[in-house]
Design a protein around this ligand. Structure first.
Ligand code: AMP
Ligand code: ZN
Length: 490
């Protein structure tokens, strides 16, 4: 690889040179959605961030096996293996089979991610499709002595494990501190240690989703699915494991413990975590009730929204901040993103219309290196965007006759937009993708403006004003320039 990519590793708390275990192959596992309800915009932020990371790795020439799971079983309401199964609860509420719930929300998830122009993962394994692998792993952890069975439920023995391997390694916390922050075991608790977690949970008579196991009928604990499925498809040690930051302390900490207890090796080389999408400073979540759905965002149909925003405006809004920074939702920020993206797209459409000069009066060549430097610095999309704005300024200056650009620099600018804005940041070029309908739409507006020009020439002010005023009220910006009439959508 020509580019030296540096990534921030949560495990070591520093930026490290990215050196895959078996180049050019890269194994990447990202914790996917729990499909008992619609994904909210916060979930989408994490998946869109990893899409950007995936796209850049592909761009650099890596052969990436990207595994993103679907959690479709074994998710209890509490983080502590207690409470109702969320799938069963939702199934009762909607009067559906649990697997109908799974299907419904999996389809919805795929639809939303496709609207956001994310690439599908290479493998999308489900927890229910890998019960055997999970049972095998639990058996192995028991054999290795890091788990115990009590009445059909198997628990991971955290204190025993911590004697060999530091349990809190991912969040840099000592066992004593973790124990201090956890409530004492009560009379109803069966497990031995406060931090112990379930690998396999005994089914109750009313449990809907259950499977036979060496310990009787039951279902897997939440964390075991990711350890079992990542090992199956990526091996006992693989390159990247990602998810939202909220997964570090419990889910990913337990994944490390399970994999190490089973295979005696650290499962992941680079742990990567996205920061949270917040609303007025509070994390967007399914339970906090502040999680609006992407569809509500597109239509504007939510009390927090002043109006709707296009999917690419939302994707661009996400790319404007680095994946490790928090991103606070606000109407102002989305409106600013909409304006900024439209400025970039506007500049892009002008590239074709530029007349090449013998030489360039502005420096364009350094932008490629600057964009790569930004992406190589832990995927800093925010800085890439600032360089694309420099490119847009060069295009606009040349278009307005205030600067000159040689043919090769015009080509370079087109390459910059095609590569960084469309291929890597994953913005869909809507002026291209709409193709036939977009073209017909543009031709219709051009025709209306031509009729207006003819009306003006005939001093038919009533017709010319009507066309202009109506188009303006529909959101068009119409400018009479020296080379004719220009229009765009505001
Ligand atoms: P869940 O369906 O709740 O298991 O979450 C799916 C993914 O979305 C996980 O990687 C979470 O860490 C991530 N996630 C949840 N809430 C947010 C948020 N507010 N901002 C960013 N990512 C989130
Ligand atoms: Zn996971």
């Amino acid at each position: 690889m020509e580019q030296k990519l540096v990534v921030y590793n949560t495990l070591t708390r520093q930026k490290e040179l990215f050196e895959p275990i078996n180049p050019p192959h890269v194994g990447m596992y990202v914790c996917g959605p729990t499909v008992y309800s619609d994904v909210h915009l916060g979930n989408c932020r994490t998946f869109v961030s990893f899409d950007l990371i995936y796209r850049y790795l592909l761009h650099l020439g890596y052969k990436v096996r990207y595994v993103r799971n679907i959690t479709d079983a074994g998710h209890l309401e509490g983080d502590r293996d207690e409470g109702d199964d969320r799938f069963a609860k939702k199934a009762k509420l909607e009067q559906l089979e649990p697997m109908e719930i799974v299907q419904k929300y999996t389809l919805g998830f795929h639809e939303i991610l496709s609207i956001f122009n994310t690439l599908p993962p290479s493998i999308e394994p489900t927890a229910t499709g890998h019960i055997c692998e999970q049972i095998e792993m639990v058996k192995k952890i028991l054999e290795c002595g890091y788990a115990y069975e009590l009445d059909g439920t198997v628990y991971f023995d955290v204190e025993k494990y911590d004697k060999e391997y530091p349990y809190g390694v991912l969040t840099n916390r000592k066992l004593e501190d973790l124990l201090e922050g956890t409530r004492e075991l009560g009379g109803q608790d069966q497990k031995k240690g406060r931090l112990d977690f379930a690998l396999w949970i005994k089914a109750k008579p009313e449990t809907l989703m259950k499977w036979p196991s060496p310990w009787g009928w039951g279902f897997p604990g939440w964390h075991i699915e990711c350890s079992a499925m990542s090992a199956k498809y990526l091996g006992d040690t693989f390159d990247i494991h990602g998810g939202g930051m909220d997964l570090q302390a419990t889910h990913h900490t337990n994944e490390i413990a399970q994999s190490q207890a089973c295979n005696h090796t650290m499962p992941v080389k680079y742990w990567m975590h996205t920061n949270m999408l917040t609303v007025n400073g509070t994390r967007m979540s399914k339970t906090a009730g502040n999680g609006f759905l992407p569809k509500e965002l597109f239509t504007g149909n939510h009390p927090l929204l002043e109006r709707g925003y296009s999917p690419m405006t939302v994707r661009f809004f996400m790319a404007q901040s680095h994946y490790r920074s928090t991103l606070d939702f606000s109407n102002e920020a989305l409106q600013a993103a909409e304006k900024a993206l439209s400025r970039l797209m506007d500049a892009y459409t002008k590239i074709e219309k530029l007349a090449p000069a013998d030489s360039s009066s502005v420096d364009v060549k350094s932008l490629r290196g600057k964009c790569y430097d930004a992406m190589n610095d832990d995927f800093n999309s925010a800085i890439v965007i600032s360089h694309l704005f420099e490119a847009a300024t060069a295009i606009n200056s040349a278009y307005d006759g205030k600067a000159t650009l040689a043919q090769e620099d015009i080509q370079e600018l087109k390459w910059l937009f095609d590569t960084f804005l469309f291929d890597i940041l994953g913005i869909r070029n809507e002026s291209n993708s709409g193709s036939a309908s977009q073209e017909a739409f543009s031709k219709a507006i051009d025709l209306l403006l031509q009729i207006r020009s003819e009306a003006k020439a005939n001093k038919d002010w009533a017709t010319s004003d009507k066309i202009r005023n109506e188009l303006t009220s529909f959101g068009f910006d119409i400018k009479d320039g020296k080379d004719g009439v220009e229009w765009k959508l505001k």
